[in-house]
Write a protein that binds this ligand. Structure first.
Ligand code: NDP
Length: 485
């Protein structure tokens, strides 16, 4: 018997509604290369419906006491926790990532996002000042209005909730546009929001493509705020379209992050973490360290060590607990990543390992978008492969001789998202971390995130910061009120 495919619908006013056009497209299970759900191909008409719902809801949600808002956010977090395994299985099936990664990273972080901002709005105090003889000033934080939240496919629920939680905690209402490739957990979140008691219209989801639905959100004259995570090229288009409308924008964009390994590092720890920072989530994390620079005395040993570890990684069925790498998100993306492996060969690189589909996949995964972890040496920092974001399980390793030289390599990039530094020398830790042009620098670690800290990119990796008070600043307008003495 043929199993019927799931049909996802938009979520407007707490109801699932079909797209106005009645059109859907298929979304694929990356591990199998087969369709598994129908996604609404939303258009500006759907955005208009969502906007009507969100702007009506704003009238009351923006005035709802913060304790009440926080209580709902805490309930959302609890409900996500309660459905952890279900969410993790869905994220893995839809995105291609190992289920264990979704269970231990993506979904718990989605719950933490709600919990964190629930707490944050309860305990904040605003500035005030007494100008004796003149007046007393204080700051009021106002929600901005209806926000457009546009998210990518690599960490679908993790990144979408990183936007929804602060947005609604601050009293805004939202229209979300998840990536066309990964709609499933966003769709599941809708029932959680409703069950948690979130009033109708506070969060609306419009599924579909960037051109069909995303652009309509960006160009909507009455949506004053856009939080976008995605590629730099898309970010530039959104900035161009939104600038004349003076929208508040937050741009979390691409990266080509350096991972700098000095000879005095804790070798085993650096190697172990570099395996993760290179290949976790199939290298599809904006923070992955795809440009590895190793100080010459340990260069050969590090390359051999990383190649040995990469060869041990298990690539295949994302549903198995011991799988290290699942499938890349889509056929197009797989082709793009493999294209960079071909380019690396043309640019004179040596493929030390990987660069192809794994050979021993079970028949059901034969059409999946799998790629072995790939390590490339022999390229120079000027090569395209070392400069352009690949966003797959592909890293380059390059030797260096001096601190000054490697800081130059790390900073010689259009991007500036993150960097890891491996050294046991305390002075060098501070010196190099201080010289690096990136929004986040990790010393002897990777991916450690403190939600209270600012997060964002320099240069073409983004504009603005989110996290802690920075999120509150983005999702509110600050008004100074002065009372005369
Ligand atoms: P894209 O830029 O292709 O897409 C991101 C989102 O924008 C998707 O929902 C997409 O829709 C939508 N979109 C596309 N075009 C438009 C448009 N003209 N107007 C409005 N919305 C549009 O990025 P990817 O999904 O490919 O994600 C990968 C990228 O995200 C990488 O560059 C990665 O580095 C970056 N990223 C950055 C992070 C950070 O924190 N700095 C974190 C995670 C990822 P559609 O559904 O059609 O794809």
């Amino acid at each position: 018997m043929l199993k019927q495919m799931l049909t996802i619908n938009n979520f407007i006013n707490n109801e699932h509604v079909p797209p106005v056009s009645g059109q859907y497209f298929d979304t694929y299970e990356p591990a199998k290369g087969t369709p598994h759900a129908h996604i609404p191909d939303s258009t500006p008409a759907d955005v208009d419906l969502a906007f009507a719902a969100a702007s009506t809801a704003f009238q009351t949600w923006s005035k709802t006491p913060r304790a009440q808002r926080a209580a709902i956010l805490y309930r959302i977090a609890d409900l996500i926790d309660a459905r952890l395994d279900e969410f993790a299985r869905a994220e893995s099936k839809d995105q291609g990532k190992p289920v264990e990664l979704a269970r231990t990273v993506d979904i718990p972080r989605a719950a933490s996002n709600f919990r964190f901002f629930a707490g944050r709005i309860l305990h904040g105090v605003e500035e005030s000042g007494d100008l004796a003889g003149v007046g007393f000033s204080y700051v009021q934080r106002m929600p901005v209005g209806v926000a457009a939240l546009i998210s990518p496919w690599n960490l679908p629920l993790y990144l979408l909730t990183w936007k929804i939680a602060p947005c609604i905690a601050c009293g805004n209402t939202a229209i979300c546009k998840p990536s066309e490739f990964t709609s499933l957990t966003a769709y599941m979140l809708c029932s959680v929001l409703k069950e948690a008691g979130l009033p109708a219209g506070v969060v609306n989801m419009v599924f579909g493509t960037g051109l069909g639905a995303g652009q309509a959100l960006v160009e909507h004259p009455k949506i004053p705020l856009i939080s976008f995570t995605g590629g730099t090229v898309t970010g530039a288009k959104i900035l161009t379209a939104s600038a004349p409308l003076f929208k508040k924008t937050s741009m979390e964009l691409g990266g080509k992050n350096a991972n700098i390994v000095f000879a005095d590092c804790d070798f085993e720890q650096a190697l172990r973490t570099t395996v993760r920072s290179s290949f976790a989530n199939q290298g599809e994390i904006c923070l992955c360290g795809s440009r590895i620079f190793v100080e010459r005395p340990i260069y050969e040993r590090f390359v051999r060590g990383l190649v040995d570890e990469a060869r041990k990684l298990k690539v295949g069925d994302p549903a198995l607990k011991d799988t290290n790498l699942g499938a890349l998100v889509s056929k197009e993306h797989w082709q793009k990543v493999v294209g960079y492996v071909d380019l690396a060969k043309k640019e004179g690189g040596t493929i030390e390992c990987g660069g192809k589909r794994p050979e021993a996949l079970q028949p059901e995964f034969e059409n999946g978008y799998f790629l072995e972890p790939t390590i490339i040496t022999g390229l120079t920092p000027q090569c395209r492969v070392m400069r352009e974001e690949i966003f797959g399980p592909v890293v380059t390793i390059y030797p260096f001789d001096t601190e000054e030289e490697v800081v130059g390599y790390a900073n010689d990039s259009n991007y500036g998202l993150s960097c890891s530094i491996w050294t046991e020398n305390g002075r060098r830790q501070r010196r190099v971390a201080g010289a690096i042009q990136a929004g986040t620098v990790w010393v002897n670690t990777w991916m450690a995130r403190d939600l209270r800290m600012p997060f964002g990119g320099m240069k073409q990796s983004g504009l603005g910061r989110e996290g802690g008070n920075h999120s509150l600043d983005f999702y509110t307008e600050l008004k100074t009120i002065c009372l005369a003495d």
